[in-house]
Design a protein around this ligand. Structure first.
Ligand code: AMP
Length: 492
């Protein structure tokens, strides 16, 4: 079905043509006509399916008539993280080139004053993370009684992050007569309950099951010691030996490990950035920009920070830690193998990871092959020697120590520099100077999961979180320019 048959306005169709899209994706083809018909929509779709345009395109069409009033946004989009919120703004900029709409971004880590000024001017589209939105509301700077359309995006991630009580509060402030679009990659029972509560006679649109990993992804398990230094060593070998590595995301389960691993890889000469919830906004955007542009080909990330980011054409995903939640595995490896491209996903597995592995294999409905021997091939006594479980190069070639000694560029196919030029001596000393491991007895805080485990009433109300950080994040003044300026899109 061509875009022209979906009922979108001419201005939107022009912008779509300029973006170079020839055909709507399945979620767009199925959802857009219902959105335009003012139906509630329950969209079950992951990022990468074109779901953002599935709501931004019809919203732009609908917003062509009517005007915004001060402090009373006409539409509201709720996103779990700042990055996702910023990406939705980018979508409005891209598809709204022929419109004159005020789009406001209300996220943490940015000064209230600028956001207030934008709200005061009147907003057609308000894109917000739940915590900061409620802060504005509580300060009396915002009225949600004019909202005609509400989008709740990434609902299952909102659940993971403990945002559901905030969402329920917000929904109560929006008129009952609104239109609601509700998107989630998965539909656990709690999300079904919310969908029932928030939506009225919705059109259900489901485009791909979360358990269906793209068939273009080569998935491999890599047996490794569970000891951190040895695991990092395994990862380095894996990256160096990887075929066709253009760029890759390395996933860790915990934020603190993201920072640690990034520093360690950098010391070993890799060009690598980090993305986790405790970074301030400027640092996050910098890391993302560097990765997107290809300047920094490796990104170490936590699940929540990386969730839903639109990073096209990632050639490799490395699971430094096997995810605790099987669905996260599908989301992680879904960063690669997009749009029919070949992708590679390697998962480091140590002793003690067996249960997580079998949950993943049963979710995806297939066993994952080992790259070079399973856990039984690890030496029984050698845990922690930093050398065991080291993957050998495919094709039986060994990873010779001298190849590291050369350490020259390590260019991936395609010429991108993945590895820095470092003399062997520096490499050897890098591990010695790598940041110390977190102490085993350090208080165990599952950084990505704590919020949903902690009862709402036990959380400090003044420390509402906008993303995956446990701590209030990024209150610095260094904010990307595009977030500060009013998004007024003018027709030329
Ligand atoms: P999303 O699922 O919204 O994160 O979108 C994933 C990617 O698909 C983004 O890079 C969009 O620019 C792109 N995209 C969205 N709609 C289309 C389309 N109809 N044809 C081709 N690419 C699209």
């Amino acid at each position: 079905m061509p875009f022209a048959d979906l009922g979108l306005s001419d201005k939107v169709l022009q912008a779509v043509a300029t973006a170079g899209y020839t055909e709507p994706t399945p979620i767009q083809a199925n959802a857009i006509p219902h959105v335009l018909a003012r139906r509630d929509v329950l969209g079950i779709a992951q990022t990468g399916t074109g779901k953002t345009a599935a709501f931004t395109l019809p919203m732009l069409t609908m917003l062509e008539s009517g005007r915004a009033r001060a402090r009373m946004p006409r539409t509201l989009i709720l996103e779990p993280t700042r990055e996702l919120a910023a990406q939705v703004v980018e979508n409005f900029e891209r598809y709204g080139t022929n419109h004159k709409l005020n789009v406001a971004l209300i996220i943490g880590g940015v000064s209230f004053a600028d956001q207030d000024a934008k709200l005061m001017r009147g907003t057609d589209v308000l894109i917000a993370t739940p915590g900061r939105l409620l802060d504005h509301f509580e300060r009396g700077k915002l009225l949600l009684t004019g909202v005609e359309l509400l989008v709740i995006d990434e609902a299952d991630r909102m659940l993971d992050m403990g945002f559901i009580p905030d969402i329920e509060r917000i929904v109560k402030m929006v008129p009952f007569t609104r239109q609601t679009l509700f998107f989630s990659a998965t539909m656990p029972p709690e999300i079904e309950r919310l969908a029932d509560m928030f939506l009225s006679n919705p059109q259900r649109v489901e485009v791909s099951r979360p358990a269906s990993a793209a068939t273009t992804i080569e998935q491999k398990l890599v047996a490794t010691s569970s000891e951190a230094a040895a695991k990092r060593d395994t990862l380095r070998k894996l990256i160096r030996a990887a075929d066709e590595l253009k760029n890759g995301i390395v996933f860790c389960n915990r934020k603190r490990d993201v920072a640690l691993l990034q520093r360690s890889l950098a010391k070993h000469g890799f060009s690598v950035a980090a993305l986790h919830g405790d970074m301030d906004q400027r640092a996050r955007m910098q890391a993302l920009d560097g990765f997107r542009s290809g300047e920094v080909p490796l990104l170490v990330a936590s699940d929540v920070a990386a969730r839903g980011l639109d990073i096209p054409a990632v050639s490799h995903v490395f699971n430094f830690d096997i995810p605790h939640h099987a669905e996260d595995y599908v989301h992680r490896i879904g960063r690669t193998g997009r749009a029919g491209r070949a992708g590679h996903a390697f998962t480091l597995v140590g002793r003690g990871d067996e249960r997580s592995l079998s949950a993943i294999e049963s979710l995806i409905g297939q066993p994952i092959a080992w790259l070079d021997g399973d856990l039984a091939s690890l030496s029984a006594t050698g845990e922690g020697d930093g050398d065991e479980g080291r993957p050998r190069r495919r094709g039986g070639r060994k990873e010779p120590a001298q190849s590291e000694a050369r350490a020259e560029g390590g260019r991936a196919e395609g010429g991108r520099r993945v590895r820095g030029r470092r003399p062997r001596s520096e490499e050897q000393s890098a591990e010695a100077t790598a940041p110390p491991e977190p102490r085993a007895e350090a208080p165990r805080r599952s950084a990505e999961r704590v919020p949903s485990e902690r009862p709402r009433e036990n959380r400090r109300p003044d420390h509402r979180r906008d993303d995956d950080g446990d701590t209030p994040v990024g209150l610095g003044e260094h904010v990307p320019a595009f977030m500060m300026r009013p998004v007024t899109i003018k027709k030329d």
